[in-house]
Design a protein around this ligand. Structure first.
Ligand code: PLP
Length: 350
């Protein structure tokens, strides 16, 4: 399929003269900075944060590029991957004109972001095995379809989408395919990052909020070809990732082996927890998961949810989500937390 990025981008974005920040206009070595109206006296803290951060997060991108086989110019760093999702709408989708496809049950922000940006959403439900309905997705693509959002491993179902199915859609679609890999580090499947070289219309999202344990910092990533990343940079707020967040991510990237260890622990805990949850009669199905959570079908999700709340344990009630009736989504906790969850559920089982 011929891919023409120019044709997809909103006219106002094409015409846009982006904001040129002081830190972007001058990034060399100076002794005195009087260009950005910062407070030159410093901050009322032990450490100074009086200077604006690097608008393009150069060091983070260089470090991440070294870990993958991509270039810094193929990376966007955002205020969580939620920022990348919102920017995709703002770059590509004309309000009240364009549309996107999402594949529920899936992460709720695709639809919320679409609604905020006044973009029509076509919902093509996953099949009963929670895999993509390729045929139906294809049939629902119109002239106005700019984005297809796919989530793998998918939230809230936990399963990975088949790689070949994702690539089939990417190959046959003229618009942008966004593959959200927020949970990829817990998965048996490989990331699709390598495919961005071959697929000019592929955007892969990842985040520091899950496996990296840095949800509070709000740092997310988008990987795509250089031309798409240039558009992200054109539209994003100038200083979208704070100095504290950038410094902390750089330090975290030095501790990757620790992250690998935690991932292995979470995956091991996941398998233990699944086995224990399976023993309860009120659990009728545990959906196969590649993420740091499990979706379990129960005979009475509302009752179990409320019971656990009384026990001061909060899980996610997905009972009202289409295709998830009776389901609770439970994040894998520490061994102690998981043990407390099981002990509480035993009380309910009695
Ligand atoms: C599939 C998926 N994508 C993105 C996000 C948001 O990630 P971030 O914290 O990077 O904004 C979440 C958060 O739960 C998620 O489940």
């Amino acid at each position: 399929m011929n891919f023409d990025l120019e044709k997809l981008v909103r006219e106002n974005v094409k015409r846009l003269t982006p904001y040129s920040s002081a830190r972007k206009e001058f990034s060399g070595a100076a002794q005195i900075f009087l260009d950005a109206n910062e407070n030159s006296f410093g901050s009322p803290l032990e450490q100074n944060y009086n200077r604006y951060p690097d608008p393009l997060q150069t060091e983070i991108k260089e470090k991440i590029a070294r870990r993958n086989t991509i270039k810094p110019t193929e990376i966007f760093v955002g205020n969580g991957s939620d920022e990348a999702i919102d920017l995709l709408f703002r770059i590509f989708c004309e309000p009240d004109v364009d549309e996107v496809i999402i594949t529920p049950p899936t992460y709720g922000m695709y639809k919320v972001s679409a609604d905020i940006n006044a973009i029509r959403v076509k919902e093509i439900y996953l099949r009963t095995d929670f895999q993509l309905n390729i045929q139906e997705i294809r049939e629902n693509v119109s002239e106005r379809t700019k984005l297809v959002f796919l989530c793998s491993p998918n939230n809230p179902t936990g399963n990975s989408l088949r790689r070949e199915a994702i690539l089939k859609i990417t190959e046959s679609f003229r618009g942008i395919v966004v593959v959200d890999e927020a949970y990829i580090h817990f998965s048996r499947e490989k990331s699709l990052i390598d495919e961005i070289k071959k697929c000019p219309n592929l955007v892969v999202l990842q985040t520091f909020s899950k496996a990296w344990g840095l949800a509070g910092l709000r740092v997310g990533l988008a990987f795509a070809n250089e031309e798409i990343i240039k558009l992200f940079n054109k539209v994003k707020p100038p200083y979208n990732v704070s100095q504290i967040a950038q410094e902390a991510v750089l330090r975290a990237l030095e501790n990757e082996s620790e992250v690998e260890k935690t991932i292995a622990e979470i995956v091991a805990e996941r398998e233990k927890l699944i086995e224990k949850l399976n023993a309860f009669e009120f659990v009728t199905k545990i959906h196969p998961t590649d993420a740091n959570f499990v979706l379990l079908k129960t005979i009475d999700a509302e009752k179990i949810y409320k019971f656990l709340l009384d026990e001061k344990i909060v899980v996610r009630n997905r009972n009202n989500v289409e295709m998830c009736a009776g389901c609770l989504r439970i994040t894998i906790g520490t061994p102690d937390e998981n043990e407390m969850l099981i002990s509480s559920l035993k009380k309910l089982a009695v």
